[in-house]
Design a protein around this ligand. Structure first.
Ligand code: G3H
Ligand code: 13P
Ligand code: ZN
Length: 315
């Protein structure tokens, strides 16, 4: 059943975080639904502009609608990740998305507010939730690359004004993470002081954490042992910080890179060990189960595992 992100946040806020997983294809979708059913968790499927254009946006929609029939117990939101204004309108008008993210965080404050407000008005008229971003993460997202020098943490006082003026349903905040596989050099920690300040100043507002992959060291080692060339010093978010952050108001946790690493590890190891094989279904099957196990593991760390019935009861 497709629900809005706001419906999920109502149950999750300050208790657990809902996993928001990016998908691009059939295998990821199957693994995603299986993993969430395995761990009895509500979840958010997020589609980036790149994912929508990978084949055809209608293809992903059809895959997700079919998965909904195969897994009738599933409760999830369908969310546009890092949308620009036009893509938000396309999703709002599609009748398929229950949530959109407008990302105008690279614009000056007043322009960010103006764009976000226009999207909020159109989305709310159709009962669709809106996530908006203030502050700037480092790393690569869509076709925009923000180098670490230009990344800036969210200012909690500005966040108060931003939420008041836009009416957004959740706030994507820059709290020390960045997109991609290379987040931290040396010490690896979220800015709990910033999370706490935002949640004190805007009580009840779900905070969204982008760039939440943990980039497991053993995953990077296995990929490199199978021919990959990832920087072995790559570090992500400590998974044991997801739940403490959730208790402070981080209600949506975005994970994409870690899922890509699972794909990379399964396929590199498969073809290293079976160099004469060329059928893609055997590694595809291994990937779907590995991805399901990965999702179930993340949900345990987020505290969303076992929360499906609580969400169902709240609808
Ligand atoms: O934040 C970006 C997400 O990881 C989506 O990545 O734009 O390459 O699909 P993508
Ligand atoms: P990661 O690159 O850490 O997986 O972050 C994904 C993300 O924030 C998608 O919006
Ligand atoms: Zn993001």
């Amino acid at each position: 059943m497709i629900v809005t992100t706001a419906q999920l946040y109502k149950v999750a806020y300050k208790k657990f975080a809902v996993g928001a997983y990016n998908i691009n294809n059939l295998e990821q979708t199957m693994g995603l639904f299986r993993g969430n059913m395995q761990s009895k968790a509500p979840f958010i499927i997020q589609l980036s502009k790149g994912a929508r254009g990978y084949t055809d946006k209608r293809m992903l929609e059809a895959i997700i609608r079919t998965a909904e029939q195969i897994f009738p117990e599933a409760i999830f939101a369908v969310h546009l990740d890092h949308g620009d204004e036009q893509t938000c309108y396309d999703c709002i008008d599609s009748g398929f998305y229950s949530s959109v993210m407008i990302d105008a965080s690279h614009e000056p404050f007043a322009e960010n507010v103006a764009i976000t407000k226009r999207v909020v008005d159109r989305a709310h008229a159709k009962g669709i939730s809106v996530e908006a971003e203030l502050g700037m993460l480092g790393g690569v997202e869509e076709d925009i690359k923000v180098d670490e020098g230009h990344a800036c943490l969210t200012n909690p006082d500005e966040a108060v004004e931003f939420v008041k003026q836009t009416g957004c349903d959740s706030l994507a905040a820059a709290i020390g993470t960045s997109h991609g596989a290379y987040k931290f050099k040396g010490q690896q920690s979220l800015r709990f002081d910033v999370i706490e300040a935002i949640s004190q100043k805007i009580p009840g507002m779900p905070i969204v954490m982008h760039g939440s992959s943990s980039v497991p060291v053993e995953e990077v080692q296995r990929i490199n042992a199978a021919g990959g060339k990832l920087d072995p010093s790559a570090r992500g978010v400590n998974e044991n910080e997801y739940l403490p952050a959730a208790k402070l108001g981080v209600t949506k946790v975005n994970i994409d890179t870690d899922g890509r690493l699972v794909w990379m590890r399964v396929h590199r190891e498969f073809f290293r060990d079976k160099p004469a094989d060329f059928d893609f279904r055997p590694p595809g099957k291994i990937f779907m189960q590995a991805y399901a196990d990965f999702i179930a593991h993340k949900n345990e760390k987020l505290g969303s595992a076992g929360q499906l019935d609580a969400v169902r009861a709240s609808l």
